[in-house]
Design a protein around this ligand. Structure first.
Ligand code: ZN
Length: 502
């Protein structure tokens, strides 16, 4: 009989090696976005491609496959070992099933498509990007067919971001959510109330803004001994795929007090998750989130539910006055609260408020689905985009730049990713509802700047489990209910109806 030690000795060295390579790649990517000198761009791309090749080779090598099969067949394997091997198999199966020729073709096409997308944006013309999107789509179809799926082809692509989730379930969730969002947006529009933005047209010293983000990160419990914050054009969370090396970036805009702070708080939500993953299982596939939506639920929770709450701003107002006295003299906490929660249908997803945001996501989901079902030709995308934007949000872009060309995702081959954003919002509201039951004084604590009890709750209910459970099971264990849209709707109603007097 094999003991736990025997089993570990057989598979863990292989797993650790893989995760070390992945961690190093992640650090190189972080460096690429922060400190790397411009001339290093092409050598860095080569280095990453080399490491990617080694990673793929090790992941698909027969010894690992044998070690996985042995462990799966072992009746004495522990629950933890089973969970670890389950998450590893997910990663390996996708790599094994897709032929190397196709992996290469997709990687090469993405590089060219990304360049074409940038050119198309300069020309404000989708036609420049269209042939590249067509090619990418046909390769992604091939990839989905190689991976295999039940029902919808889209399921195979969704699996990369949301293991276990199916289009049918997602479609149902979105179908229930959409009319409620549309009617809330219409009610807000019909209220005639325009929220004043007392922060507009002012300048907020970037160094002081930076100081503010560090103060808030420390209050949130971000461990600066196991992480750091730097600046980048597009904020993100990176690091070494290890709880002891988690790096976030933010972008400070001198014209906005809110955007830098909120992006710091958002990324810190991701970072607290990474720092809280089970240390005992670091360097394995167990020390990771079970899905992109669960990861996003943590960042959205911090950004929107805590960072855009009245108690949060009332706690930090004295600090804001100390840092930016002159600019904030006549600004009340209610003004600030209204300024960070203005709802207005707009064309650009990344600038959207938390009510309209999900309608942007649904537009993209519908279009991706139609493309993969062959119900929509890429040539008709801009038209369909405008039609759906009009239907869901009541606004129509006049140029492809503000329409179908705005997101980088499709040019990068990330088809099937958008739903994770909305799913993350839905899950974050479920977590808030449960947390309020467990910590009735939550808002008083936030009002006093005591944010640690929130982190402790997240640690115990989400972070510590890593990928022990699939996303839907993790959420059910944490909240006592299956994933559903109603807590999110309730949350929006409770917050925005009073704000807009409806
Ligand atoms: Zn995020």
């Amino acid at each position: 009989m094999m003991t736990t030690n025997d089993r570990a000795a057989r598979i863990l060295p292989l797993v650790h090696e893989l995760k070390d390579i992945a961690g190093v790649m992640n650090i190189l990517s972080w460096d690429q976005e922060t400190y790397m000198p411009a001339k290093a761009a092409s050598v860095r791309a080569q280095q990453l491609a080399t490491l990617q090749g080694i990673y793929h080779e090790r992941l698909t090598a027969p010894p690992l496959g044998e070690a996985i099969a042995t462990l799966e067949a072992d009746p004495d394997a522990t629950e933890t070992e089973r969970a670890m091997v389950r998450s590893l198999r997910l990663e390996r199966d996708r790599a094994v099933k897709v032929p190397a020729r196709l992996v290469r073709a997709i990687a090469e096409t993405q590089v060219i498509a990304l360049e074409a997308w940038r050119e198309a944006r300069r020309m404000r013309d989708f036609v420049v990007f269209r042939p590249h999107l067509e090619k990418l789509l046909s390769l992604k179809r091939e990839q989905a067919d190689a991976i295999g799926y039940e029902g919808e082809r889209y399921n195979a692509l969704l699996e990369a971001y949301e293991p276990g989730l199916r289009v049918a379930c997602l479609g149902e969730l979105f179908a229930a959510l959409r009319p409620r969002l549309v009617s809330l947006v219409q009610a807000i529009g019909g209220s005639g109330r325009q929220l004043r933005n007392p922060l507009a047209n002012r300048r907020f010293d970037p160094d002081k803004q930076w100081e503010l983000t560090l103060r808030v990160l420390a209050d949130m419990g971000f461990d600066f001994g196991a992480g750091r914050q730097d600046r980048s054009t597009h904020p993100f969370t990176g690091g070494a795929n290890h709880p002891h090396d988690v790096r976030i970036t933010t972008r400070i805009d001198p014209g906005s007090l809110v955007s830098g702070l909120m992006s710091s708080v958002h990324e810190a939500g991701h970072a607290l998750y990474e720092q809280g993953l089970p240390l005992a299982h670091a360097r394995t596939y167990l020390a990771q989130a079970p899905s992109c939506s669960v990861h996003e639920s943590q960042s959205r929770f911090w950004e929107n539910m805590i960072g855009r709450s009245l108690p949060f701003w009332s706690h930090y107002l004295p600090e804001l006055r100390r840092l930016f006295g002159a600019e904030l003299q006549s600004v009340s906490v209610e003004d600030l609260y209204a300024a960070v929660n203005t709802v207005r249908p707009s064309l650009i997803r990344v600038e959207a408020d938390e009510v309209t945001y999900n309608l942007h996501v649904m537009v993209r989901f519908e279009l991706e689905l139609a493309l993969l079902r062959d119900d929509l030709r890429p040539a008709d995308l801009p038209d369909s985009w405008r039609k759906l934007m009009d239907e869901y949000l009541g606004v129509v872009p006049t140029s492809d730049l503000d329409g179908v060309l705005q997101d980088i995702h499709w040019a990068c081959g990330d088809i099937g990713y958008f739903p994770s954003y909305t799913l993350g919002n839905i899950i974050s509201a479920m977590l808030l509802e449960k947390m309020l039951g467990d910590i009735p004084a939550l808002w008083e604590l936030v009002g006093r700047g005591e944010l640690r009890p929130i982190v402790e709750w997240q640690r115990a209910n989400i972070h510590v489990h890593g990928f022990r459970y699939r996303a839907e099971e993790l959420v059910e264990r944490a909240t006592g209910r299956r994933i559903c849209e109603s807590p999110f709707i309730d949350y929006l109603d409770k917050k925005y109806r009073p704000l807009y007097g409806i």
